[in-house]
Design a binder for this molecule. Structure first.
Ligand code: DGY
Length: 420
């Protein structure tokens, strides 16, 4: 199955709002952090100058303390909740106050490699690398104050995998009461059966209220957090990003290399310790309860993207999942009681996760798994278009349509870009 490259480029062009790309019209009308990182790599496949702008516009939202927020509200829109008034961060431009999986350094390294204009690549990367260094330092200082080697997320939205069943027990501890009146917009754009439930939103917004009450100050947020999780996906993505940042720093910030190398060594050890032999998979850790979150989700494969773990064991686990699903990789093991094939992060296939996993398996020498994942992703996009996510049982597209990061992955997986 081939992907229509012109159609993928047209999705990015249609979602371009002037140097930044919205994930999709109406449902997500602003700039999202990890979406933009993948989207920048997509742009880089045909327009490197535009790829650099994507990164630079995201960095307009970076805070003094180094954090890169999960949403930058460049221009007003009334089709999304919670908007800037709920966040109340008083940043210019307006932003949320939480973060998202730090794919950005990985994207910058890829854009740097893809840019045919080497003088431009050097100039743009040299200007961006200091911002990446500040962001990674923030992650470790703010979210791993005891230097354990694992950073914490304080909100399910920070994982990007908002309603994953992995969060169910940790999230159940968060009250459903909110100071903010909840006026959901998402369920007006997408079938509510494909979105998080009302109760999830009550807890999500309770957390936003809590952190707004802490003045969005990193240490106060950490101390006040009723939800504090060492997410295996976020940590794998950060470790991979540290490796990519190290490569950039060797050229642009030599003095920073020692500190990055030390962080990598610490993270490698700590991430490896999240392995569950019983599951044949990595598990996130609930830092409030001090226990593993024993639910098998696609996040548990992501250490392979960071070069950690036994890739052949992971490939065997994936093989078991695929006896129950037609398309790789369901976001939740279809054998889990919490599996729902159409509800957002509780079962559907996401192209960005597939792409990271295929890259990881390929690098680790598990060519068959990489091939299967890439082929399934091409088949899903080829069959259902650039949907937000896909039903792993039927291949049906779900969630929002004309989705930027799915188009970006389509470009990265287009036959010309990846021969396997
Ligand atoms: C949403 O609104 O669904 C987002 O995932 C939160 O960032």
């Amino acid at each position: 199955m081939t992907i229509d490259i012109e159609a993928a480029r047209a999705v990015l062009a249609a979602n371009d709002r002037g140097g930044y790309t919205v994930p999709t019209a109406r449902l997500y009308p602003f700039q999202w952090n990890w979406d933009s990182a993948f989207v920048a790599m997509g742009w880089a496949s045909f327009d490197a100058a535009r790829a650099w702008r994507e990164v630079e516009r995201l960095l307009e939202g970076q805070w003094q303390d180094g954090r890169i927020p999960h949403i930058v509200f460049h221009a007003p829109a009334d089709t999304y909740f919670p908007g800037p008034d709920v966040w109340g961060t008083h940043h210019t431009p307006p932003t949320s106050g939480i973060v998202q999986p730090p794919v950005l350094a990985t994207a910058v390294r890829a854009v740097f490699a893809a840019d045919p204009d080497r003088a431009r690549a050097d100039a743009r990367a040299a200007a961006i690398v200091p911002a990446l260094l500040r962001s990674h330092r923030w992650w470790h200082a703010a979210r791993d104050p005891q230097a354990t080697g694992l950073v914490a997320i304080l909100h399910p939205w920070e994982s990007g995998m908002d309603n994953s069943p992995a969060w169910d027990t940790a999230l159940a501890r968060v009250p459903t009461t909110t100071a903010t009146k909840i006026v959901r917009r998402d369920t007006g754009h997408v079938d509510p059966a494909m979105r998080p439930r009302a109760e999830d939103y009550q807890r999500f917004i309770h957390l936003v209220d809590t952190y707004r009450g802490a003045g969005w100050e990193a240490a106060r947020m950490y101390a006040a957090a009723p939800f504090r999780v060492a997410d295996v996906a976020t940590n794998a993505i950060l470790l991979r990003a540290e490796r990519d940042l190290l490569s950039l720093a060797e050229r642009f910030a030599a003095a920073a290399c020692g500190a990055i190398g030390a962080r990598i060594a610490r993270m490698e050890q700590a991430l490896a310790a999240l392995w569950s032999d019983a599951r044949g998979l990595f598990l996130s850790r609930d830092l409030v309860a001090g226990a593993a979150l024993d639910v098998a989700t696609s996040a548990g494969f992501l250490p392979v993207w960071a070069g950690v773990g036994d890739a052949s064991r992971l490939a065997a686990t994936l093989g078991r999942w695929l006896t129950r699903a037609r398309f790789a990789v369901p976001s939740t093991d279809p054998a889990e009681p919490g599996f729902e094939p159409l509800r957002y992060w509780r079962g559907p296939v996401w192209a960005v996760v597939n792409w990271m996993l295929a890259e990881g398996f390929a690098t680790a020498g598990e060519a068959a798994s990489a091939h299967r994942i890439r082929n399934d992703t091409r088949a899903l996009i080829g069959g259902a278009g650039f949907a937000e996510y896909f039903d792993p049982l039927t291949g049906e597209g779900a969630g929002g349509g004309s989705f930027s990061w799915t188009a970006a992955i389509g470009l990265l997986l287009s036959d010309a870009a990846v021969a396997d």
